[in-house]
Design a protein around this ligand. Structure first.
Ligand code: FE
Length: 193
């Protein structure tokens, strides 16, 4: 008896599916080879930007730069690394560097520099101090992102409503971080694999 009761909802679901299929069938004929891409989730690759002159190879693995000083505003940046089919890239490498709150890069050591690996859901999280301004640029964060065995994506992230954005020749609005109600920043990267 239990088996029969269990089957009944399944049959109802099947009927619903049949009705849905009947509705969808007229559109199925509209899908031609050139259109199949539109039906597949697609994520546009994150735009590339110059690394600038201050990248240092060999940064330590860490996710918190906030103790590097000088005093500044703590900020948290989170997001995911996705491939061009919008699938999470577990183990993606993220190498991040930026100016300190006074606008200076540490070119002798690794203050405000570090790398980490995305988790199984492609997620990453960085706690740091909001970068300061230096002459000629708007406020920004440098980053290199790489899927395991994939090409390196070098780019920069920007802050919304920053007065210097309009005067910065490198700035791109599609590289502006989202900002949540909690004050946290967010950005999802899309990389080739
Ligand atoms: Fe810079």
């Amino acid at each position: 008896m239990a088996d029969i009761r269990d089957r009944q909802p399944s049959r109802r679901r099947l009927l619903h599916l049949s009705a849905g299929a009947a509705v969808l069938l007229p559109f199925a004929g509209l899908v031609r080879p050139g259109m199949t891409r539109a039906a597949t989730p697609a994520c546009d690759p994150t735009p590339r930007q110059t690394a600038g002159p201050y990248f240092s190879p060999g940064s330590p693995q860490r996710t918190d730069f906030s103790g590097d000083g000088p005093d500044g505003d703590v900020m948290v940046l989170t997001g995911r690394v996705l491939d061009t089919a919008c699938r999470p890239v577990a183990g993606a490498l993220l190498d991040i560097w930026h100016a300190d709150p006074a606008g200076a890069y540490d070119n002798q050591g690794f203050h405000m520099r570090g790398h980490q690996f995305a988790d199984d859901a492609g997620g990453y999280r960085l706690t740091t101090l909001k970068p300061g301004l230096y002459p000629g640029r708007t406020r920004h964060i440098h980053i290199r992102v790489q899927a395991p065995g994939g090409p390196v994506l070098t780019t920069q992230l920007y802050f919304a409503d920053e007065p210097g954005n309009d005067r910065d020749r490198i700035f791109r609005p599609d590289l502006v971080m989202a900002q949540g109600a909690d004050g946290g920043y967010g950005f999802d990267f899309v990389v080739a694999k």
